[in-house]
Design a protein around this ligand. Structure first.
Ligand code: HSE
Length: 338
């Protein structure tokens, strides 16, 4: 499988590390092998080589902030942008892991449409295109016999979409409710231990949980985007951000967190998705709620189904390897299906 990777931040690098570390095992146990032929970044430069880029070199040069030191080897291209790679290259799959834009989805949305038009499967960690233009991307992919996968967009590599779309395919899912943002859950948990909001946010950024612009996390938009993705994918809704009531954690003080703790409760940022709408809001949950004990950057989701009742999944919600893994899981699913 030849891959073009858009974005080489925490998620892209996490995916590359996993591929490097596990390539022998993936090939022996799953006959899976993948080459990153192209990488496109906003600040490090671009690289394309039809035989595959050297991942160890990529990771080393990225650490210096630029691909300038990546060694020359014919026919390496440094001047191709995403469009050149998609149109003129030989990749099978586009991986979109550039920063999320929940206002327009761009530039990732246009890149994803182009990739589908040119016959490439798409795998997204970028939430913008899935939250804002799910139906038309899905339709275009289906019409062309291509796959569109987006496990990374909700709860990192914790298999939320695999669970909902594959394992629970025969159930009707009526609603989803959960802790869907790692950054805010980490901040609220650290505040319970006495850390200030600012310190906890700085740590969440250093650990690679937060978005490039963390306002999207703390104001609730990241969780809302995930709610939209769930509503679109699970219920076939065509909701927009305007259909959700969104409140983040910026008004929750250390004192609020402390008071809740003293009465045996905890603040959690809860996202809910239903076929007709959804909401994101900080809620004071009693210790008896299964979501209350989910701490740090861990996420959890409860799917209410017709045949199984409530099914709850708890696992990583953010992080470099945790989200990078989702890209691998999606690629392996595409390999199994083609
Ligand atoms: N910023 C996101 C979070 C990353 O904190 O959950 C994972 O989508």
């Amino acid at each position: 499988m030849k891959l073009i990777l858009i974005g080489f931040g925490a998620v892209g690098q996490g995916f590359a590390e996993i591929l490097l570390e596990k390539c022998a095992d993936l090939s022996a146990r799953h006959q899976f092998s993948a080459d990153i032929v192209g990488v496109v970044t906003a600040s490090k430069g671009n690289l394309y080589h039809p035989d595959g880029l050297d991942i160890a070199h990529l990771l080393r040069t990225a650490a210096t902030g630029s691909f300038m030191d990546y060694p020359e080897s014919e026919p390496l291209r440094r001047d191709w942008d995403a469009s050149d790679m998609i149109r003129r290259g030989s990749a099978h799959v586009l991986l979109e892991a550039s920063p999320t834009n929940l206002q327009t989805g761009q530039p990732a949305l246009a890149t994803c449409h182009l990739a589908l038009d040119q016959g490439l499967h798409i795998v997204l960690a970028n939430k913008g295109p899935v939250a804002l233009d799910y139906a038309s991307l899905r339709e275009k992919a289906a019409a062309a016999g291509l796959h569109m996968r987006y496990e990374a967009t909700v709860m990192a590599g914790t298999p939320t979409m695999h669970l909902a779309e594959d394992a629970l395919a025969g159930c009707e899912i009526r609603s989803a409710r959960g802790i869907l943002n790692g950054t805010t859950n980490y901040i609220l948990t650290q505040m319970e231990s006495g850390m200030t909001y600012a310190e906890a946010l700085a740590q969440a950024q250093a650990l690679g949980y937060a978005e490039t612009d963390p306002a999207g996390d703390v104001e609730g938009w990241d969780a809302a985007g995930k709610g939209l993705i769930l509503a679109n994918a699970l219920f076939g809704s065509s909701l927009t951000m305007h259909d959700l009531d969104v409140t983040g954690i910026t008004d929750i003080s250390s004192r609020d967190v402390d008071q809740a703790r003293q009465s045996g409760q905890r603040y959690k940022l809860i996202a809910e998705a239903r076929p007709d709408g959804g909401a994101v809001s900080p809620q004071r949950l009693p210790l008896s709620d299964p979501l209350t004990s989910v701490g740090g950057s861990t996420n959890a989701i409860t799917l209410d189904t017709d045949l199984l009742g409530r099914v709850t999944l708890i696992g990583a919600g953010a992080g470099k390897l945790e989200t990078g893994y989702a890209l691998l899981a999606d690629l392996m699913a595409i390999q199994r299906a083609t």
